[in-house]
Structures are given as structure tokens and as C-alpha cells.
Design a protein around this ligand. Structure first.
Ligand SMILES: Cc1cc2nc3c(=O)[nH]c(=O)nc-3n(C[C@H](O)[C@H](O)[C@H](O)COP(=O)(O)O)c2cc1C
Ligand SMILES: [Mn+2]
Length: 448
């Protein structure tokens, strides 16, 4: 059964010891983020702050900070999640319009609209303002009507103003501007946990990410009409912010502590004028930390990205058994691939294919006997199975990610491939094994 809302998922997390509720008074300026930082670094529980200074709303943070919690959200496992994504892609399930929902229990419009009433954290030292970091931004192409749902950071700029740094939504905005209009937007915060994960699928422009969410949950996402814009929003969201991205306005946004582990500089970005805030009774504000890996921002991206590349590589190279984008590589700058080589040099073809994609900075290919989710084992494979003169490939001058601070020119970088598979077709030493180590448990010893 899919989760109806965020609250059902929190109940599950609590049962599993994966949620820590606290009444410690906390400040939204750095204090909430300091605890999310701590639990992320310790792979600790999600945190629910029930006593936030100057606010009646609790703040949730760190919910997606571990892969295990993301698997719980998707009701899947480390073995099955790639299949779950593929199956969902083949059976998209559009949202279902319903008459009303809990997100309408309280409605603020006009002069009642005040973003500063929400307990939005200031996360990192150089962030100039509070940022909404887990808002699902829903919008529509003004020409085709095609919907888009994605997570974009939103900088609070006053009671009714938000800055936005967006991708697909900007294409829609440019269409709207050409028609002399603004772009209506609705931002859902605190939803069924499948929704944020679904938005991280690298869907082609024009694909409704909410339909993928519906397929992943096995039931269309229930949506209700927004109050002040012609859009539909998830019915069980904790909080919904409605507004318009203003046409032909760009305003300074940032800096912001980003997924690269560095601040990205301030820049001119679009501006949202907020027209309504609706919420459930006693709403929970959901925050997500972004910054030095690992954060929930990294985990949210990781699973959809791994599933996407697993299937695209698998088509060409059936020997590929797993794809991992480690958080340390910011989920994009390092990709580790496990495979059973069928032909000599096949790992190098995989490297060449990956260097031709947009995730092309450092590609490491290992044999399928290496646990690619354990970077110690990956380093061991590099140490013991590569010779630099034969197994390293450097490809100069490729499109780089905008998040790479080491480039000389923005978005121009180079690619590195490391073939850390064993020499093909030659005898190679056997791996040392301790009989029984896979099956014993230290709990056996506690019984005596
Ligand atoms: C917590 C979080 C925050 C994000 N913030 C931004 C952002 O501010 N701007 C952006 O362009 N992408 C951001 N992303 C990445 C996009 O959500 C992601 O690339 C998405 O697939 C893009 O969707 P789109 O292609 O529909 O634009 C963020 C992702 C997460 C998980
Ligand atoms: Mn999109």
C-alpha cells in the first residue's frame, strides 16, 4: 500500500527507530541545520523538531539522509530499486483530480500571505537568507500545457517573494515571457516521500514527474485545484505555496551552500510573487540540508540517477551488474560501474560511453566481484587491479557540470576513466576468504 502522506511515512520511520522527535528549543538560523548535519554525518535518524523558536510549526529534517530510508520510502530494496524505476517508467500513472484534500484545511490569501511565518531554516554560514529546499515546484508549459514537477531551491526575499534557481521551469518561463505573461507556480512541501524521489528522475522536457510518482506508488497521486493559480497540487501536502514567476524580472539570488560542498556565487535569477499559502492543520515544515556530501540532497538524486544509467548501459553492455554515483563524488562527478566483461577491453567502451554522457568526470569500472557501494573496496580494486600506463584514459575538453569548481572555464572540463577490472583472460590471484565470515553474527557471541 502506498503512503497516503508524509505522516504515514513518519509513523513507519518511528516504528523502525529511524525518527528522533525532540522538544529541545531550536533556532531556524543554523541550529536546525547543525543537527541535520550531525545526523547526516553519523547516518543517524531523521529529526523532527517539535519546539522551534518563534514558530508553532514543527520542522522535519534529514529524512532522506540515508539510502536505507529512501528504499523504505520507495517500498523497495538495494537489489530491486532499479527494476522498480524501470517498471514505473513503462507504466506511468497520471495524477487523479479529487474535490478536496487536507492541504486546504487552512487557506491564507491576500494580506494574510506571509512566508516569514514559516519556520524555514538558514542552513550554511554564508547563505544570505532562509531557503526552501524541499519544495516540489509544479508548473505548466504555457503553450503545450505539459506539466513539470521538480525541486528547486527557493530563497525567501520577504513576506511574498521568493527567488528561484530552476531548469525545466525556466524553459516554461521563457515561453510565458514570449507571450507577455508570467508563469503560475505551486510549491508543495511535505508530501508522500515517493514524490520528491520521483522528481529526481532525469525526465525529458514535457514529462510529468508526478505521473512517475504515481507509477512508483502503484496509485495515481491525488491532486486538488490550487486556490489562486490554474494548477493542481498534491492533496495531502503539508503546505502549499502558490504564486507567479514574474515575467522579465531577474533578481540577485544566492550565494548558497551547494551539493558540491562549496558555495555557488550569487546570480540574477527569476522572482516569484506569492499569492496564497494553504496548509494542513498543525502542518509539518520539511527541510532538507544541502552541502558537503552526504546530505539528503545527494541521496534523493542518487537512486533515480543510478537506475537511469543502469538501464541505458545495460542495453549496450549486458554484462553491467550495477551503477553507483557515490555521494563523495557529489552524485555526478564520480560514477562506479560493476560489470562482467564479455570481450577484452569492454570496460573501456563503457568508459567511452559514460564520457560521452553528461556524467563524465571520473568513471571507474570494476569487476562484478567488487562491492561498488563500499568505496574502500573500490579503492582496493584500483590499487590492486590497475596499471596507470594501460588502464587510465583521459579525455580532454568535455562539457562539465556547472557545480565543478576546479574548471578553468565554466562548464568546460575533462574526463578520467579508470579500468579497474582484472587483466582480461589472464590468470589472476585468488581473493583471500575466511570460511564462515559471511554467515556468523556477533550476536551469536552475546548468547554465551
Ligand atoms: C534537495 C534538492 C534541491 C535541489 N535544488 C535545485 C535547484 O535549486 N536548482 C536546480 O536547477 N536543481 C535543483 N535540484 C535538482 C533538480 O531537482 C533535478 O535535477 C531535477 O531532476 C530537475 O528537474 P527538471 O529537469 O524538471 O528541471 C535539487 C535537487 C534536490 C534533491
Ligand atoms: Mn522535468
Amino acid at each position: 500500500m502506498p503512503f497516503r502522506d508524509l505522516r504515514e511515512f513518519l509513523t513507519l520511520l518511528e516504528e523502525k527507530g529511524e525518527l528522533l522527535k525532540t522538544k529541545k528549543p531550536v533556532d531556524v538560523r543554523f541550529e536546525v541545520s547543525s543537527y541535520i548535519r550531525k545526523t547526516s554525518d553519523q547516518r543517524g535518524p531523521a529529526l523532527l523538531f517539535e519546539n522551534v523558536k518563534n514558530s508553532t510549526m514543527p520542522v522535519l529534517g534529514g529524512m532522506f539522509a540515508t539510502r536505507e530510508r529512501a528504499f523504505l520510502a520507495l517500498e523497495t530494496s538495494a537489489q530491486d530499486f532499479v527494476h522498480k524505476f524501470q517498471n514505473a517508467l513503462e507504466h506511468l500513472e497520471p495524477p487523479k483530480l479529487v474535490a478536496s484534500g487536507p492541504c486546504k484545511e487552512v487557506i491564507h490569501t491576500g494580506s494574510q500571505v506571509d512566508l516569514t511565518q514559516l519556520p524555514i531554516p538558514i542552513f550554511s554560514e554564508k547563505d544570505p537568507a532562509p531557503f526552501i529546499t524541499l519544495g516540489l515546484c509544479i508548473s505548466r508549459d504555457p503553450k503545450s500545457g505539459g506539466k513539470n514537477t521538480s525541486i528547486y531551491r527557493l530563497q525567501v526575499k520577504g513576506r511574498k517573494r521568493l527567488g528561484i534557481m530552476a531548469q525545466h521551469l525556466v524553459r516554461q518561463l521563457i515561453e510565458a515571457e514570449a507571450m507577455g505573461k508570467g508563469l503560475p507556480i505551486a510549491i508543495a512541501i511535505g508530501t508522500d516521500p515517493v514524490l520528491p524521489l520521483a522528481t529526481q528522475w532525469m525526465a525529458p522536457y514535457g514529462t510529468d514527474e508526478l505521473a512517475l510518482a504515481g507509477a512508483l506508488r502503484g496509485q495515481g497521486v491525488e491532486v486538488v485545484k490550487a486556490e489562486t493559480v490554474d494548477l493542481e497540487v498534491p492533496a495531502t501536502a503539508e503546505i502549499v505555496i502558490e504564486g507567479t514567476v514574474l515575467p522579465n524580472v531577474r533578481d540577485v539570488e544566492g550565494p548558497f551552500g551547494e551539493v558540491s560542498g562549496y558555495y555557488t556565487p550569487s546570480n540574477a535569477k527569476p522572482l516569484i510573487e506569492v499569492s496564497a499559502i494553504t496548509h494542513r492543520k498543525n502542518p509539518i515544515y520539511q527541510a532538507a540540508l544541502t552541502g558537503m556530501p552526504t546530505t539528503e540532497n545527494h541521496i534523493l538524486k542518487q537512486l533515480p540517477l543510478e537506475a537511469t544509467f543502469y538501464w541505458s548501459l545495460k542495453k549496450e553492455f549486458p554484462g553491467v551488474t550495477a551503477v553507483h554515483f557515490p555521494a563523495a563524488g557529489t552524485v555526478g562527478m564520480i560514477c562506479v560501474i560493476a560489470m562482467k566483461q564479455v570481450y577484452e577491453c569492454e570496460a573501456r567502451n563503457v568508459i567511452a560511453t559514460m564520457l560521452g554522457s553528461r556524467r563524465n568526470k571520473i568513471i571507474i569500472v570494476v569487476d562484478d566481484d567488487v562491492d561498488i557501494y563500499d568505496m574502500e573496496k573500490v579503492l582496493w580494486a584500483i590499487a590492486t587491479r590497475t596499471q596507470a600506463d594501460e588502464d587510465v584514459v583521459i579525455f580532454p575538453r568535455l562539457v562539465a557540470t556547472a557545480m565543478d569548481p576546479s574548471v578553468h572555464k565554466l562548464r568546460v572540463g575533462s574526463g578520467l576513466g579508470i579500468d579497474a577490472t582484472k587483466p582480461f583472460g589472464r590468470p589472476f590471484p585468488e581473493i583471500v576468504k575466511v570460511p564462515g565470515a559471511d554467515t556468523v553474527s556477533l550476536d551469536d557471541l552475546k548468547k554465551y
